[in-house]
Design a protein around this ligand. Structure first.
Ligand code: C2E
Ligand code: CA
Ligand code: CA
Length: 729
């Protein structure tokens, strides 16, 4: 039976603890939680967890102190401790690692990726434990017999250096007494000096054994890598009498190891991963992707006429071309994908799959686990975790664009074209063999399709990709053709049952395709930047509606109209000016609420904070949309001027049967504790309505109450509600 790992979560944010407990136990972990540092330390002793998730900021003692404390527990001193912090400042990462952290994860937590990491950390921990076996000790002893050494006699407090030390350092023999630790340290490169000094001092003064690897600078100007061990020698009655250090030159071994590994894993021409390692990595990634149901894409790229280049210019030019192609692939994937956290996190995760030592070999780009050269003129790009299938097409389109510019090969200008095949996992295969075969097939259909294009493996995906292309260009005309309009979904005060506000939702009536959901066109508009124009349009509309309704006496004192602000729109540099221009009247603005998601706010916290505070001075309220799907920490969000949180529909709709009630209750209680109003989204039945009302949730929105409705119908509703005698306060 598989071992059940225990994880201790130390975080003062109860919502985060709840979510951690839920997510981690889904993957078979046994979870303990603690809300303070002291409680964490006690629980650590009690429960003996295999891994600790530790908040950087705790109320009673800092996460750093907790970490140091946990590291003192000698029986499991190597167990992984993962810091979770709302900051990625270098200083905190540095001090966390100094305190003994194994890994560092940033808030908001991406649970999918964190769970991956936890899995790998636990695996590494197990391997580490099994390595410290008796066999290891035996080889250590054998090594001691034949290598350079120093020893330190406690009685006369003196160091002795063996002659072989001078050989190792390539220096003339000095008189034994005149060579000191300080002299030795002068042969250690600056980046290693502190570590080596500390290890020796600690061994001599505190009797702590050590084993480190470091470089030394030899007398003839060279460098060597040495394995350096310090051991404490005891007499029969267990008293320390002597400390012995051994130094072994392992330069050659390391170099050959690195070379062998580099040759085994990387293509020597382009420096990209070769077929073997690419498949190996892919195999592992697909395995985990399957487990966590992630979407990924394999792009199979083939040069359309490589033979022509080779035949006309010769093989040397062919090689140059391949190198240039590799370089463009690197740049192209790097610029666009690297700033997305899902991508970099994944790269790190993939990095763990290949043996450690590969990283220290020179001349190879070890950060690229997403590019491969399978042989000849065939290249592959692997997108490990994509939000939707369409992303693969936009990457492929971008690659084709980057590759269509002429290559300059030693003065010869060469134009080449490429065909790209795309296979999506899991849909087109969840094993590498199938995926590769299908991407290859897709690549051939791109070739028969006239070359210089990309094709998905599945017909449906090709159609979809075409559909999106036309949609994208149609969207450009949607505003001028008057095809966009707004609908309003009323929001109801749960406690009194009266109308209290509405969310404005966008609709697109396409002239031939009919109604298109915003869930479809908003992400598209985001990708292409069109959301900016659409966002401006939205502001104008909302501003007009508010004015008219106010003039017509349709809105009551406490009425709020909420609108959705997309990420790109909010991050525009001139967003504040735009808001000011469209919404100059702060009396009217008290009826206005901006809905932003947590993720939008967490990106670039300091700048956002400024923007949001300014919006507050305009009298515009702020609401957190889709709460619970991102980082889900109210205590962190409290830094922002938040008026309302909207519990995401997924929590509300799963309440009855999925034990989400705990989370919903916790969110309501926490929010109220901070004087933040709670809106429940997606109420679809009486049970949900009654429960939320009972729990004191302020506002409800959902099909059970009202569906989004057109302007006229909504105005009618406003009118009725104004005429009602029982006015909501
Ligand atoms: P959202 O902000 O989470 O909006 C709520 C969505 O849930 C709306 O879908 C709404 O019609 C739907 N909904 C409300 N109650 C229920 C219910 O009881 N059951 C179910 N199944 N669904 C319910 P819609 O209108 O399709 O909007 C989808 C998303 O598109 C929105 O999610 C929002 O992210 C985006 N969106 C809509 N309008 C705009 C806009 O004007 N600007 C921006 N930037 N995004 C918008
Ligand atoms: Ca919304
Ligand atoms: Ca929402």
């Amino acid at each position: 039976m598989d071992k059940i790992y225990k994880i201790l979560v130390i975080d003062d944010d109860p919502t985060l603890c709840l979510i951690a407990e839920k997510k981690l136990s889904q993957y078979g972990y046994q979870v303990f939680t603690a809300e303070t540092g002291n409680e964490g330390i006690t629980k650590d002793l009690e429960c003996m967890p295999d891994l600790v998730l530790l908040d950087y900021d705790l109320p009673d003692m800092g996460g750093i102190d907790v970490c140091k404390y946990l590291r003192q527990n000698i029986t499991r001193k190597d167990k992984p401790i993962v810091f979770v912090a709302g900051t990625d400042e270098y200083q905190s990462i540095e001090s966390a690692f100094q305190a003994g952290a194994t890994d560092f994860s940033r808030k908001p937590i991406n649970w999918t990726i964190l769970i991956y990491r936890i899995k790998y950390l636990l695996r590494a921990y197990e391997i580490n434990l099994s390595l410290i076996s008796s066999e290891e000790r035996l080889t250590k002893a054998q090594k001691i017999a034949k290598i350079a050494n120093w020893d330190y006699h406690l009685v006369n407090e003196s160091f002795n250096w063996s002659n072989t030390v001078y050989d190792l350092l390539n220096i003339y023999k000095q008189s034994r007494t005149s060579f000191t630790v300080q002299d030795f340290l002068r042969h250690v490169p600056a980046q290693d000096t502190d570590i080596v000094r500390e290890a020796i001092v600690n061994c001599v003064n505190n009797h702590v054994n050590f084993e480190i690897e470091h470089e030394i600078l030899t007398g003839d100007g060279g460098t060597k890598i040495i394995s350096h061990m310090g051991n404490v020698i005891k007499n029969d009655v267990n008293e320390v009498v002597d400390c012995i250090g051994t130094l072994q030159d392992i330069t050659e071994r390391r170099n050959t190891e690195n070379q062998v590994r580099a040759l085994a894993y990387f293509d020597s021409l382009t420096g990209l991963m070769n077929r073997e390692s690419f498949l190996m990595v892919l195999d592992k990634v697909l395995e985990t992707n399957k487990q966590y149901q992630l979407l990924s894409a394999l792009l199979f790229i083939d040069l359309d006429d490589f033979k022509r280049v080779n035949d006309s210019l010769g093989h040397n030019f062919g090689d140059l071309l391949l190198c240039d192609i590799a370089e463009r692939l690197r740049n192209c994937i790097r610029t666009a994908e690297q700033d997305k956290c899902y991508k970099t996190d994944n790269l790190r995760m993939i990095g763990n799959i290949l043996p450690d030592r590969v990283f220290s070999a020179s001349s190879i780009d070890f950060n690229r686990f997403d590019l491969g050269r399978l042989g000849g003129d065939e290249f592959t790009v692997f997108l490990a975790d994509i939000p939707n299938e369409e992303v693969a097409a936009s990457v492929a389109g971008r690659l084709l664009k980057a590759l269509e510019k002429p290559f300059n090969l030693d003065g010869h200008e060469v134009y080449v074209t490429f065909s790209i095949g795309i296979a999506i996992s899991p849909n087109d295969g969840d094993s590498i063999q199938t995926l590769l075969k299908n991407a290859d097939t897709a690549m051939y259909s791109a070739k028969t399709n006239g070359k210089n294009n990309f094709q998905y493996y599945t017909k449906a995906m090709n159609e979809r990709s075409l559909y999106r292309l036309t949609l994208e260009s149609d969207l450009r005309n949607a505003i001028s053709n008057d095809e966009l309009y707004l609908v309003f979904q009323p929001q109801v005060c749960l406690q009194r049952g009266c109308l209290i506000g509405a969310e404005a939702l966008m609709r697109w009536r396409h002239r031939t395709k009919g109604e298109i959901s915003p869930a479809e066109f908003i992400p598209l508009a985001e990708e292409t930047g069109q959301i900016l124009v659409i966002g401006d349009w939205l502001f104008t509309q909302i501003s007009q509606y508010l004015k008219t309704w106010k003039q017509q006496g349709l809105i009551q004192e406490n009425f709020k109209l909420a609108l959705n602000i997309s990420s790109l729109q909010f991050h525009q540099t001139d967003i504040l000016e735009k808001v000011r221009q469209q919404f100059p009247d702060s009396k009217l603005n008290k009826h206005l609420e901006f809905e932003l998601t947590e993720t939008v706010m967490m990106n670039n916290v300091e700048t956002n904070l400024k923007k949001l505070k300014t919006l507050a001075t305009y009298n515009i309220s702020l609401s957190i949309d889709d709460f619970g799907t991102g980082y889900s920490s109210l205590s962190y969000l409290h830094r922002f001027p938040v008026d309302t949180v909207k519990i995401d529909r997924s929590f509300v709709s799963n309440m009855e049967n999925d034990g989400q009630v705990g989370i919903v209750k916790a969110i309501i209680a926490m929010a109220h504790g901070m004087n933040i109003k709670v809106v429940a989204e997606g109420i679809e039945n009486q049970w949900q309505y009654d429960f939320l009302k009972e729990e004191g949730c302020n506002i409800g929105q959902g099909y059970f109450l009202y569906r989004p409705m057109k302007k006229d119908q909504f105005q009618q509703l406003l009118l009725e509600s104004v005429n009602k005698v029982s006015v909501c306060p």
